[in-house]
Ligand binder design. Structure first.
Ligand code: MLT
Length: 275
């Protein structure tokens, strides 16, 4: 039996210890999750999430090849290089760079997960990758919806419900235990994200277009971002948050294997004490 609990807003995490040793899935469909994924797929070196503008500025002072990125009220922060539209995060703009990233809700959720056992960032763009990863854990999962301004938002809850639906498909419905927020998300996703029992991009896009934050983003000129963020399974990648930075799972794995190779070389090149 796998238990899945869902927090409908990051504001429900008042103490980082609440997430200690948990398998956390952070969601901010519009738009931090989608932007983080896009930046890493376009070869950003790493992303350092910052909970506030002043923390972001402080981190950037100590770092060389870094770029200040993020938004407040959906718009680029004054003095920062990039905002929070995934379209800004092209290979040209981000390749090889450390991005220091601060958004209104999404990066707060990520930094609140600093004591998690595992923390992965999820959106519609990498939904199947996240579901398969969550199923492979064979362990309880905590889904943290970023929400909007300390409150619920529909798109994150739908994404949580899709993860639950996917987990039930793999593990069997009776093997997934839910609390009320998860049950509500699961039912909501069934209505607003599926057609003939299959996830449907058109339905996702209409839901985003009808959502409070979707309407706001469209009103300030980011209507195309909604279309992009609704592209189900466009990016088959898993951004992980570990030791203060977000990188793709394979990047962390590659670094770990290089480290262990170096260790082996060091050990075997030590002079034999009998010689
Ligand atoms: C957030 O973290 O609240 C956002 O990603 C808002 C946005 O820029 O759409």
């Amino acid at each position: 039996m796998v238990k899945v609990d869902v927090y409908l807003s990051q504001s429900l995490i008042q103490d980082e210890m609440q997430l200690k040793d948990r398998n956390v899935i952070v969601i901010d469909v519009l738009r931090a999750s989608s932007t983080i994924l896009t930046a890493l797929v376009n070869q950003a070196k790493e992303i350092i999430p910052a909970e506030s503008v002043s923390v972001a500025a402080r981190i950037s002072k100590g770092l060389g090849n870094s770029v200040l990125c993020g938004e407040r009220n959906g718009k680029i922060i004054e003095g920062f290089k990039l905002g929070n539209s995934p379209f800004e995060y092209t290979t040209d703009a981000v390749k090889g760079k450390t991005l220091i990233f601060s958004t209104t809700n999404g990066t707060i959720s990520v930094t609140k997960s600093k004591f998690a056992k595992n923390c992965v960032v999820a959106g519609f763009l990498n939904m199947s990758a996240v579901v398969n990863y969550a199923a492979s854990l064979n362990d309880d999962v905590t889904i943290l919806c970023s929400g909007k301004l300390n409150d619920f938002c529909i798109e994150d809850s739908i994404a949580a419900g899709m993860i639950i639906n996917g987990l039930m498909d793999i593990k069997g419905k009776s093997n997934v235990e839910l609390y009320d927020s998860g049950y509500m998300s699961y039912k909501l996703a069934k209505h607003l994200a599926y057609r003939n029992s299959k996830p449907d991009r058109g339905k996702l896009l209409s839901m985003l277009a009808d959502s409070e934050h979707g309407k706001y983003l469209a009103s300030i000129g980011f209507g195309d971002d909604l279309k992009y963020c609704a592209e189900l399974d466009k990016l088959d990648k898993l951004p992980f948050y570990r030791n203060g930075v977000i990188k793709l799972k394979e990047t962390f794995e590659q670094e770990a294997s290089e480290k262990s190779k170096m260790k082996r070389v060091n050990i075997s090149s030590k002079p034999n004490s009998k010689d």
